[in-house]
Design a binder for this molecule. Structure first.
Ligand SMILES: [Zn+2]
Length: 304
């Protein structure tokens, strides 16, 4: 089952040709989500050949321009292309009225409904699917911000199809076994473990958004296969990182290590670092599996 993240924009604050502002495209089992929508997001989606017309939801981490200014343009294009299915948008309280004011100002007649759900306080499940869920938790930034965890759950057991066919297992028995249940058939209790392989290990991706290192993001990232963490600065600019409510490479890597994250992706990179080798080296002293994000980089969650 596919679980992939595409880092569309990996720069901080100001877009430059080599790094756009923040946005990510996530595909989990065919359900697609956009995490943040920096300026130029719709062109990045097209360049990376990712379809946006069927997006299931958009998560906005906070109301800073480099995370949100691309959203009205994207939604407007979706409307021009004739989307009719409602779209769920999660974000800070101010996002809904801002979008409404934009539609009024440009006299847009949206072809679909934007279902805005402001996130509340604390840790919160935003969406619960049959086999995946979205959970957000507070980040520590200059304005209210949320980090997001996208994780799998209730994965199916893998039925031995040939064995099931030759035994003539009826449909309802197969379905129960795939859910890992024991089921009565032919006057005998059939155990899932007799007919199926156990489910694959559930995978998790965590997006820190813009943040200082904090307990809340660390708890959300616990045991994740992949963590994208704010790495706006190198440790030599630690004072600046603190003043602007961002993180350094060292801080990101230390948090990832403490949370038992398998792979760390450093992102939200300031344009002041022409050579990102410095950031990488700094992080590698605290975590063994680190990469620096680049625009257009795609990562399968749970594989190297
Ligand atoms: Zn910010």
């Amino acid at each position: 089952m596919n679980f992939e993240v595409v880092f569309l924009g990996t720069g901080a604050a100001v877009p430059v040709p080599s790094r756009g502002t923040t946005s990510q495209f996530v595909d989990i089992h065919g359900h697609t989500y956009l995490l943040d929508a920096g300026e130029g997001v719709q062109l990045s989606l097209r360049k990376n050949k990712r379809k946006f017309q069927k997006l299931k939801g958009v998560f906005i981490s906070h109301m800073h321009g480099d995370h949100v200014l691309g959203l009205p343009g994207l939604l407007s294009t979706m409307s021009l292309l004739g989307r009719t299915e409602p779209l769920t948008v999660w974000g800070p309280e101010a996002l809904g009225p801002w979008l409404d004011a934009t539609w009024r100002a440009i006299q847009a007649h949206m072809s679909f409904e934007v279902e805005f759900n402001p996130w509340g306080d604390g840790v919160e499940i935003l969406e619960e699917g049959a086999r995946h869920r979205l959970v957000c938790a507070p980040a520590k930034h200059r304005v209210p911000a949320r980090a997001l965890r996208i994780e799998e759950h209730n994965l199916p057991w893998k039925l031995d199809g040939a064995k099931a066919k030759s035994a003539g297992l009826p449909f309802h028995v197969r379905q129960a076994l795939k859910r890992g249940e024991s089921v009565l058939w032919n006057d005998e209790v059939q155990e899932a473990s007799t007919w199926c392989k156990p489910p694959a290990q559930a995978r998790a991706y965590v997006y820190s958004s813009d943040t200082r290192p904090c307990e809340s993001v660390k708890a959300l990232a616990e045991g994740a296969d992949l963590l994208y963490h704010d790495c706006t600065f190198a440790e030599r600019d630690a004072v600046r990182a603190k003043d602007t409510h961002h993180s350094t490479a060292k801080e990101a890597a230390r948090l990832a290590s403490q949370a038992g994250v398998r792979q760390l992706v450093l992102g939200h990179i300031s344009t002041r670092y022409r050579d990102v080798g410095e950031l990488l080296e700094e992080a590698q002293a605290f975590h063994t599996d680190v990469v620096v994000a680049t625009d257009g980089m795609a990562k399968k969650v749970g594989s190297r």
